[in-house]
Ligand binder design. Structure first.
Ligand code: PGA
Length: 259
């Protein structure tokens, strides 16, 4: 599978930081032409980042409404993200699940909306520390797959982001064995829900990915890419992570953007 290296700037970034996008795009184009690179940004930056990236890397959003339009002040639809130039969107990030009370059903509706607009949905799941300590990490993630991934999903319009909440922004990392166990379980759940299509869906690891650990994470055969928060804000760090990815065929998301 073509690995996907995705950044998530979260609520960070103004115009003066677009030079980080330029630096990543220039270096990916020059030295990593077959690595699939995506940076998900606050909606306010998308159009300018798309102009800066100029098709060299893909640009995405961090959330979308499930609705197309209407009286939802402050929200924006997947169609609006597409119109702004995005080719992907994160849905169900734990920040949204925790701070905005998003349930699996809401996340599934948003993933469906992403598909409707022709955006790649990065559907995030992951257990809390308490759930892991109680021995429920596998079942929690299995339930989140069953509840958050729309039935009509295909491998070309969705990827899964496995992000244990206790690893996000904490510098705490699961062991390789824990990542292998979780990704293998998620693969089994996807296959159970979606048959052969479920075998093709990429599963990204997210949570404290850094230049220093990216090689060992991306070397695991169960890992099809990474979702990077803090370390995506600095082009130097993010590029070091991109360089850790084994490059295979031509990128899907980038070419989706260029169409
Ligand atoms: P982190 O965040 O890399 O800063 O841990 C990952 C994420 O929340 O997507």
């Amino acid at each position: 599978m073509q690995p996907l290296i995705a950044g998530n700037w979260k609520m960070n970034g103004v115009a003066s930081q677009l030079h980080e996008i330029e630096a990543v795009a220039a270096s990916v184009k020059a030295t990593l032409p077959s690595t699939e690179v995506l940076i998900c940004l606050p909606a306010t930056l998308i159009t300018r980042a798309v102009q800066t990236a100029a098709g060299r890397i893909a640009i995405g959003g961090e959330d979308c409404s499930a609705e197309i339009s209407g009286p939802f002040t402050g929200d924006f639809s997947s169609e609006m993200l597409k119109d702004a130039g995005a080719c992907a969107v994160i849905v169900g990030h734990s920040d949204r699940r925790q701070h905005h009370g998003e349930t699996d059903a809401v996340v599934a509706a948003k993933a469906k909306a992403a598909r409707r607009a022709g955006l790649l949905a990065i559907i995030c799941i992951g257990e809390t520390n308490a759930q892991r300590l109680a021995g429920n990490a596998l079942s929690i993630c299995g339930d989140q797959i069953a509840g958050s991934v729309p039935k009509e999903m295909t491998a070309s319009d969705a990827v899964i982001g496995y992000e244990p909440l206790w690893a996000i922004g904490s510098g705490q990392m699961p062991t390789s064995e824990q990542i292998i166990e979780m990704h293998a379980h998620i693969r089994a759940c996807l296959t159970q829900c979606f048959g052969a299509e479920g075998q093709k869906v990429r599963i990204l690891y997210g949570g404290s990915v850094k230049p220093s650990n990216a090689h060992s994470i991306l070397a695991l055969p169960q890992v099809d890419g990474v979702l990077v928060g803090g370390a995506s804000l600095k082009s130097e760090d993010f590029l070091a992570i991109c360089r850790a990815a084994p490059a295979l065929n031509s990128p899907t998301v980038n070419s989706q953007k260029e169409q």
